[in-house]
Write a protein that binds this ligand. Structure first.
Ligand SMILES: NC(=O)c1ccc[n+]([C@@H]2O[C@H](COP(=O)([O-])OP(=O)(O)OC[C@H]3O[C@@H](n4cnc5c(N)ncnc54)[C@H](OP(=O)(O)O)[C@@H]3O)[C@@H](O)[C@H]2O)c1
Length: 263
């Protein structure tokens, strides 16, 4: 099939890279500036196409900023054929809002991917319009699974999903920076500090998934009585570490709801 990307910035490129590596689809994309066009052609080995060509794709990823969604949906409403599928990824933009641009029932996948897509490790939330058949849904899941893991979500949980998995790469990078700064203060070289932080996050995630144990059990395994870990955990609690994460997720969630109301 032909998969088209309207916009190919951070998120679009991450997904396209994953698809290009794992699948045989024809890929087309359009960007706005000559500068991006030149850079992407160098990087991908193929250049952008006119928007009209991208509009012809079997599956069209709307990978522009949310503010550009109304413009492109209006454009698509004039040219889209009934078998084509639109994939959205903007927080707060509902299936109903997409449908409101079209006279006929349209096939839409509302998604929430994440930037680890570029190394095949996105955790993506998927919410399908009723107009998609089972086969089409399976094909779309296959596309998303080519750059990570995908999870079907009820639309009422898409904001929550985005404020969890969509934002977490940035939150975790922020934590990594904080951890590395402390490590550097102790004398560990910065480059090594980032390596250690990345590896321990990867290791802890894998431990949770592979053992299937409850997080509290895994925590208890490393907290010896009177030891260093419990001392650190108590300080983390005192300084609101876990609560700060929940507050950050809540702030993203509130913003996501507000964005949806503003479309
Ligand atoms: N970044 C994330 O972690 C993340 C996570 C989940 C969902 N999302 C969603 O993904 C979408 C894209 O976000 P992003 O971070 O990838 O944005 P971005 O890096 O700013 O990329 C936007 C892309 O849209 C292109 N564009 C803008 N106007 C255009 C036009 N008139 N015609 C053709 N292309 C045009 C830009 O082209 P130029 O480069 O030429 O300007 C650029 O390639 C958003 O809806 C965002 O909410 C992002």
């Amino acid at each position: 099939m032909t998969i088209g990307f309207i916009g190919l910035g951070n998120m679009g490129l991450a997904m396209l890279r994953g698809i290009k590596e794992k699948r045989q689809d024809k890929l087309v994309y359009a960007v706005k500036t000559q500068q991006s066009a030149r850079r992407l052609e160098m990087e991908l080995g193929f250049g952008p196409s006119p928007l009209e060509e991208v509009y012809e794709s079997d599956v069209i990823f709307l990978a522009v900023k949310p503010v550009n969604y109304p413009y492109f949906l209006k454009e698509l409403s004039g040219v889209l054929r009934k078998e084509q599928i639109i994939v959205t990824m903007a927080p707060g933009f509902s299936l109903e809002q997409v449908q409101s641009f079209f006279m006929e029932e349209v096939k839409v996948l509302r998604s929430m991917p994440a930037t680890p897509a570029q190394i095949g490790m996105s955790v993506s939330g998927l919410c399908f319009s009723d107009s998609l058949t089972k086969t089409e849904k399976d094909r779309l899941r296959d596309i998303f699974n080519s750059f990570g893991w995908s999870h079907d979500m009820d639309e009422s949980l898409m904001e929550a999903f985005g404020s969890f998995c969509g934002v977490m790469p940035a939150f975790l990078m922020n934590l990594i920076e904080a951890m590395a700064d402390q490590a550097v203060a102790w004398g560990i070289p910065r480059k090594q500090a980032y390596l250690l932080a990345g590896q321990i996050m990867q290791g802890s995630g894998a431990l949770l998934l592979e053992t299937g144990l409850h997080p509290a059990q895994l925590k208890d395994q490393v907290t010896s009585p009177g030891g260093t870990t419990i001392e650190g955990l108590l300080a983390l609690e005192e300084w609101g570490g876990a609560r700060a994460m929940q507050k950050a997720m809540q702030a993203s969630y509130a913003k996501s709801i507000a964005m949806g109301e503003n479309f």
